[in-house]
Ligand binder design. Structure first.
Ligand code: ATP
Ligand code: MG
Length: 350
């Protein structure tokens, strides 16, 4: 397959550190009156320091719920029912976030300091009745040994870095006094000011104009290099993925169907779903920013998961008696990992 998206590099080195977070067989379900929604159904992922992992997949495939599971902020009636989320702290100690008690000290210490999350909707992390500046300095003072004056200086500097004009004035503003775009930037400033080891960004720039989007992505990349920060970025924008990702994971109905470095995923997508996702992306030279194209058929209703491979109902290669019977696990194929029986049978037959 020819490259369809201009890549900034043509080779991705393997990570040389241990992962910051190792997710294994994560399952997060919603127990609704109508039945159990298996939003996340057996996810394995690793996020490494100084690398960006981009998560791709159509709406409803479980990206946000997977990300929220890491920080244990899944709303009722959602619950982690299985799996491990191993976080490796800077002193090398590990903690299984999946088993941490909600509201526990361990979890509170990690949230906001070690791991920060930014959302598409800024008001999900900004309090409505506290001035922007105070919200940032409070987080800083909670997690760092600095004076109030230093905290203010850092906060204003960060507001400036995310492109907020007159940051010293905006420091004194309430969230409702800012435009949506400015609120979004303030929320991002708050998340980044703590210099987290891991940043989880769930479509952080979708609501922003292209220039601001680029500015924020640059800032994240800068901090990633400076702090060796690991980044998990959820985005529908393949142009962004090509620009910032080292690693890519493609999700479908709560499962990772393919993962690998960005180069192998874009150059040689192996899962029929990944291929379909990348199919109608324009070639080099055409419009840079593109959202994911539509794929034949519809994502099944979450309460009507197909048996076997969840993608088989939309897959041109589905094999009766195989794909509808068992759920394919991820296996190594050409340097990436793919969960598809096409590749498993290939391998089995030599
Ligand atoms: N509170 C809830 N109650 C029941 N089901 C839920 C709830 N929140 C999410 N879900 C379901 O969990 C599944 C995964 O949702 P999720 O928000 O993670 O998707 P997503 O990949 O982030 O989609 P998008 O790209 O639209 O943000 C969906 O089927 C969704 O309907
Ligand atoms: Mg989402």
């Amino acid at each position: 397959m020819t490259p369809r998206i201009p890549m900034r590099i043509d080779k991705i080195e393997k990570p040389d550190d241990q992962p910051l977070v190792e997710i294994r067989n994560l399952r997060t379900h919603f127990f609704t009156d109508d039945g159990v929604v298996k939003a996340v159904e057996g996810v394995d992922l690793d996020v490494y320091p100084n690398r960006t992992l981009c998560i791709l997949g159509e709406s409803g495939c479980g990206k946000s719920i997977m990300a929220r599971s890491i920080l244990r902020i899944v709303d009722n009636p959602g619950r982690i029912v299985d799996g491990a989320i191993t976080y490796r702290a800077s002193d090398g100690r590990t903690v299984d976030l999946a088993k941490a008690r909600p509201g526990s000290r361990a979890l509170r210490d990690i949230r906001g300091q070690d791991i920060a999350m930014i959302f598409q909707e800024p008001m999900s992390s900004l309090g409505p009745i506290t001035k922007i500046g105070k919200q940032i300095t409070e987080t800083l003072l909670l997690h760092r040994k600095i004076t109030k004056a230093e905290a203010k200086e850092t906060a204003v500097e960060m507001l400036n870095k995310v492109g907020i004009p007159k940051p010293a004035e905006r420091f004194e503003a309430y969230p409702f006094e800012l435009s949506g775009g400015m609120r979004q930037r303030a929320m991002i400033a708050m998340a980044l000011s703590c210099e987290p080891r891991l940043l989880i960004a769930d479509e952080p720039t979708t609501a922003l104009d292209v220039t601001t989007q680029a500015q924020i992505l640059d800032l994240i990349a800068e901090l990633k290099d400076e702090l060796a920060m690991g980044v998990m970025l959820i985005t529908h924008d393949l142009g962004v993925v090509a620009e910032v990702a080292e690693d890519v994971a493609v999700m479908y109905m709560g499962r990772v169907v393919e993962k690998g470095d960005v180069y192998s995923i874009f150059e040689n997508p192996q899962h029929p779903y990944t291929q379909a996702l990348l199919e109608s992306v324009p070639r080099i030279g055409s419009q840079r920013r593109r959202r994911l194209p539509a794929i034949r058929g519809m994502v099944p209703h979450p309460l009507a998961r197909p048996s076997g491979c969840p993608f088989r109902t939309r897959c041109d290669h589905a094999m009766a008696g195989v794909c509808d019977v068992n759920v394919p696990e991820l296996i190594d194929v050409d340097g990436a990992q793919v969960a598809c029986f096409l590749h498993q049978s290939e391998r089995a037959h030599g």
